[in-house]
Design a protein around this ligand. Structure first.
Ligand SMILES: Cc1ncc(COP(=O)(O)O)c(C=O)c1O
Length: 396
């Protein structure tokens, strides 16, 4: 007996690789500031837990496979309020955007097909691509221009004969890039020319800074029929553990296929769907306040990074990530060293080496991804620790 080549070929995510070293450091009493992972420290709105506490069920039955009607219509209403017109029947509730991603790949490809995305990209995409038996092609995006999309010909060069879909994260993880309408138009042209689906991972859509307006792939009318929008409450409502996401599309065949996959896994969590309905029914400034809070955190991490000699970065436009190029050759080694060999007053910082997000690993060798999902106090101290760490590491 042996474990499948499929699973054996899957890598632990770039973010989780260092966890054993962090565990040992914590056991030894070191305090760690986490800039390595995008788990928001903002509280989940109380409405979620209140709704869950009010549940009066004697048996936890399966929810409908597509999701609770109440939740699907709440999501539909939320999107309508943003100008994205999805009927209830155009929404399928999934177990996080993670399941929505896997379903989207399963719906648009067959084993052996290819998916196109940016380099760098959200590293978990690799796992879903392997699970679905696919290959991945990328086109380069660069720190020099804040990871904007390259020109059309560069992207087109990466399209393979068996490419079936473009998978794009906007606002971007790990980069914080937010694409302009013109950039999305370029992708739309590519999709039309090569008859590709567009899988739009827009789960960070509320996290857009400097008062900018977010442009969704939905806003390009002529490609609506080839577009699948992925959704999640993990970041929007600071509810990563609830595991609720959604797939939305104007394409009836896509929705029929999504419902088939939903039926095959029976249901998404019932209790959490009830809590999520309450989140969508909130009548307050929660999302606006959260946006302002993250905008402040983005400003802070940018200005603190600017103070470190030899660090190259840019002003992240969305999500809660930024990539920084450090005056260090190998950030995999550096990130580990920060946990095993460095401390300042019993404290250290954990960062994600960016090589784990790149197809061409070498391009990320001197870079780290930093998540500004924690409070301003913590960001300030974490970047101070990063600065001290760089100085000490270079003396080594
Ligand atoms: C870009 C991106 N897509 C999808 C996901 C998965 O989200 P969920 O928690 O809804 O499964 C994440 C989680 O961090 C993410 O960053």
């Amino acid at each position: 007996m042996k474990i499948s080549d499929r699973v054996n070929s899957m890598q632990y995510s770039a973010i989780r690789k260092l966890v054993p070293y962090a565990d040992i450091a914590k056991k030894n009493g070191k305090k760690i500031y986490h800039l390595n992972i995008g788990v928001p420290d903002v509280e989940t709105p109380a409405e979620f837990l209140e709704a869950v506490r009010d549940i009066d069920m004697k048996t936890i039955v399966y929810a409908p496979a597509k999701g609770l009607d109440e939740l699907r219509s709440a999501i539909s209403r939320y999107y309508s309020s943003l100008g994205l017109d999805f009927e209830t029947e155009e929404v399928a509730v999934t177990i996080g955007a993670s399941e929505a991603l896997l379903f989207s790949l399963l719906m648009t490809t067959d084993v052996g097909d290819n998916i196109l995305t940016t380099d760098p990209y959200y590293s978990n995409y690799d796992s879903y691509v392997i699970e679905a038996g696919l290959s991945i092609s990328t086109f380069p995006t660069d720190i020099e221009n804040g990871f904007a999309l390259p020109e059309y010909s560069v992207m087109e060069k990466a399209v393979q004969e068996n490419t079936k879909a473009i998978l794009l994260c906007n606002p971007g993880n790990p980069t914080g890039v937010v694409y302009s309408k013109e950039e999305l138009e370029r992708i739309a042209k590519l999709a039309e020319e090569h008859d590709l689906f567009i899988i739009a991972d827009e789960i960070y859509r509320e996290f857009i800074y400097d008062g900018r307006k977010f442009t969704s792939f939905y806003d390009i009318e002529r490609i609506r029929n080839r577009t699948i929008i992925l959704d999640s409450i993990s970041k929007r409502f600071s509810a990563c553990g609830a595991r609720i996401g959604a797939i939305m599309s104007k394409n009836a065949d896509i929705m029929a296929a999504a419902f088939k996959l939903c039926t095959a896994r029976l249901a998404a969590p019932y209790i959490e769907q009830i809590g999520t309905v309450a989140l969508y029914n909130m009548q307050n400034n929660y999302l606006k306040d959260v946006n302002e809070e993250y905008n402040k955190r983005r400003d802070l991490i940018y200005s603190e990074l600017q103070k470190i000699e030899g660090v190259k970065t840019y002003k992240s436009e969305g999500a809660f990530y930024t990539i920084a190029e450090l005056p260090i050759e190998d950030t995999d080694d550096f990130a580990q060293w920060l946990l095993t060999d460095f401390e300042d007053s019993g404290e250290t910082v954990m960062v994600a080496p960016a090589s784990g997000f790149y197809r061409e690993i070498q391009r990320g060798k001197s870079q780290v991804r930093l998540a500004f999902a924690v409070s301003e106090d913590k960001i300030k101290r974490a970047i101070e620790l990063l600065k001290l760490g760089i100085e000490k590491y270079k003396e080594k």
